[in-house]
Design a protein around this ligand. Structure first.
Ligand code: BES
Ligand code: ZN
Length: 620
């Protein structure tokens, strides 16, 4: 079977050109043979054993005439049995094998189907997860805000759904699902789905996701959670002690939803709620359908980091409605989403705010370009043999955004808005590759060629490294005041205490700090810290930028905060650059490894995998 797939893949490569194959290299499944259509999950959340235990029923549809074994993705799962639902309504055991484990992909579960299986059939897999499941984090009570109850959450993107459900773990395949989840009675279970029944006393919940989704959007969490409404279709789930702050911080969510609908078309998922996770959540946010998972590190108290909500909400169109069919094409999700996020931010908070965030994003991209091989600077990037978690960068995000900004400039806002609405409509609930976007844009945007944009221009953006000359780069003019303050400070003509920062926004601060020279004197550092109390900054993004500076310049007074920061926050985007900066200094390595080892028990598996490579460059 593997051999046959190899030849098929080779032929496809030869036909459409090497490197552009759209098959998913991160899944063992063969969606050309079978496709999962619907899934029912029935699990117990067992905090004592740190495992999900139960079964999943999956309905498949055979695609062609041949009946090869059915192959699913798994990772660290214990498979107890596999059964087939017969015409007579009985469960018939099926033979199966698990392949040897691949470090990135896990193990293929090959199921021998009965000879006469009809086109549509159902399989039940009885299984349990392992405590180290890469897509789950089991938190002990002290790792939560309340400190009394344990907490569980999933993070399936990119290829971790397979560590908690055996399934075709590829974004190329979409399915609907229902679920029954049992938790200890004090806890509430939630999923990225609608709750159809909740018996809180019994700890029994039922969920339904009627819209077809890809596997990476399957999500579950359980903890001591309360709910507060924000608007008619929006609300927040959080631990009781965090709920009020979260409802305040994200009070604009309903307005964001309304603005998004007016810009991108109807919201097709029913409700839009937020789930605030403990600080070990490895991402800023995750666009799980109907229920975005959100880091608590954006609870700044002043709503200054809510672009994250605009981003996750925007995924309801770019990503969840129109989905990348493999991780090569992640830019179709993330680049479009960053572009939509900016549209939302501008509509709510004005053009200046949008321009500031655009500039900060662009500077982040330049930072990444500096350390990325040319092949990784493409929008469509060949990830064969790579672990998606280890090649995460700003390229699909910010270069993708810049491509759309360039189209926006060339065609005008109205034309591009119309194009995007039609694109979301045309490909709604479909998974597409870069080539599908190209063909669609060619036919529906470039066809009359009034803007002088050609398909070759688009292909240059997508398949070549760096940025093309035509890129419209976000100007720093919007931060002119900040540049001038920084220059005067560096020229020694302005003491920090004399800089009027009263009206500075979080974005102004980030721009100020991120553009300080690498080397500062200890007097300069102390003066900045004295004037602005940066070491105790309450805003986690500002603290992050300051700590990077502190590390580069061995500014010891910030060390206790740095240690506390690395021990209490697990959001990879905030901790990884700190470990990298530490490793680039002479004495930082030892400190980095010491803190990392103490932080490890509280970190999410993804944060461990990524940062372990950084603090132990030669292996442990
Ligand atoms: N979907 C992503 C997170 C992700 C991407 C997880 C790829 C796994 C693989 C999410 O929407 C995201 O982009 N989060 C960002 C938000 C930011 C760009 C506003 C994050 O977590 O920092
Ligand atoms: Zn995103």
């Amino acid at each position: 079977m593997r051999v046959q797939r190899y030849w098929q893949a080779l032929i496809v490569c030869l036909i459409i050109g090497a490197g552009s194959a759209s098959a998913d290299v991160h899944s063992f499944a063969d969606p050309d043979a079978y496709r999962q259509q619907h899934l029912h999950l029935d699990v117990d959340v067992d905090f004592d054993a740190s495992m999900l235990s139960g079964y999943v029923d999956i309905e498949f549809e055979r695609q062609g005439r041949s009946r090869p074994p059915l192959v699913l993705d798994t990772r660290d799962l214990i498979i107890r049995s596999v059964a087939y639902y017969t015409k007579k309504g009985a469960w018939q055991r099926l033979p199966y094998q698990l392949s040897k484990a691949d470090a990135n992909l896990g193990r293929a579960l090959s199921i021998d189907l009965p000879g006469r299986a009809p086109r549509r059939f159902k399989v039940r897999i009885d299984y349990e997860t392992q405590p180290e499941a890469s897509g789950l984090q089991w938190l002990t009570p002290p790792q939560t805000a309340g400190g009394k109850h344990p907490f569980l959450f999933s993070q399936s993107q990119a290829i971790h759904a397979r560590s908690w459900v055996p399934l075709q773990d590829t974004p190329a395949v979409r399915f609907t699902f229902t679920a029954t989840v049992r938790t200890p009675p004090a806890l509430r279970a939630v999923m990225g789905a609608s709750t159809t029944a909740a018996d809180r006393e019994a700890g029994r919940y039922a969920f339904e996701m009627p819209q077809p989704i890809p596997s990476y959007l399957m999500a579950i969490a359980a903890g001591e959670l309360d709910f507060q409404a924000i608007g008619e279709r929006t609300g927040v789930y959080a631990e009781p002690s965090v709920l009020e702050a979260a409802a305040f911080e994200f009070a604009d969510t309903e307005r964001m939803l309304e603005v998004s609908e007016s810009l991108f078309g109807a919201y097709r998922w029913g409700r839009y709620d937020l789930l605030i996770l403990p600080p070990s959540f490895p991402f800023g946010g995750m666009e799980n359908p109907r229920l975005s998972f959100i880091t608590p590190t954006v609870l700044a108290g002043d709503r200054s980091l809510v672009a994250l909500i605009a981003h996750e909400l925007a995924h309801s169109w770019s990503g969840n409605l129109v989905t990348n069919s493999s991780w090569r094409d992640l830019w179709l999700n993330e680049g479009f989403t960053v572009f939509l996020e900016a549209r939302i931010m501008e509509a709510l908070y004005g053009e200046d705010r949008r321009r500031m965030e655009e500039r900060l994003g662009y500077e982040g991209l330049l930072g990444d370009f500096a350390s990325l091989a040319p092949a990784m600077q493409r929008l469509a990037v060949d990830l064969t043999g790579k672990n998606p978690d280890l090649v995460f960068s700003q390229v699909p995000y910010e270069k993708g955004r810049l491509m759309l900004v360039w189209l926006d400039n060339a065609f005008g806002r109205e034309t591009l808005n119309d194009f995007l609405q039609e694109y979301f409509d045309h490909f709604a609930f479909k998974s597409i590759a870069t080539e599908d976007f190209l063909a669609y844009a060619d036919a529906n945007l470039l066809a009359d060629n009034t803007a002088g944009v050609s398909r070759a221009d688009l292909e240059r953006w997508i398949f070549e490294p760096g940025l093309p000359d035509v890129a419209v780069l976000p100007s720093a003019d919007i931060f002119a005041r900040i540049d001038s303050a920084r220059e005067r400070f560096l020229a020694d003509s302005l003491a920090p205490s004399a800089i009027d920062t009263e009206a500075w926004s979080t974005q102004d601060w980030l721009y100020f700090l991120n553009n300080l020279p690498d080397a500062l004197s200890s007097e300069q550092l102390a003066a900045l810290d004295d004037a602005f109390d940066l070491t105790s900054a309450g805003n986690n993004e500002i603290a992050h930028s300051w700590l990077l500076i502190a590390i580069r310049n061995d500014y010891q007074p910030a060390w206790p905060r740095l240690e506390d920061y690395l021990l209490s926050i697990g959001r990879n985007k905030l901790v990884k650059p700190l470990y990298q900066a530490l490793m680039a200094t002479e004495r930082g390595g030892e400190f980095a490894r010491d803190v990392f080892e103490r932080a490890r028990p509280g970190y999410h598996p993804l944060t461990i995998t990524v940062n372990e490579q950084i603090v132990y460059p030669e292996g442990r």
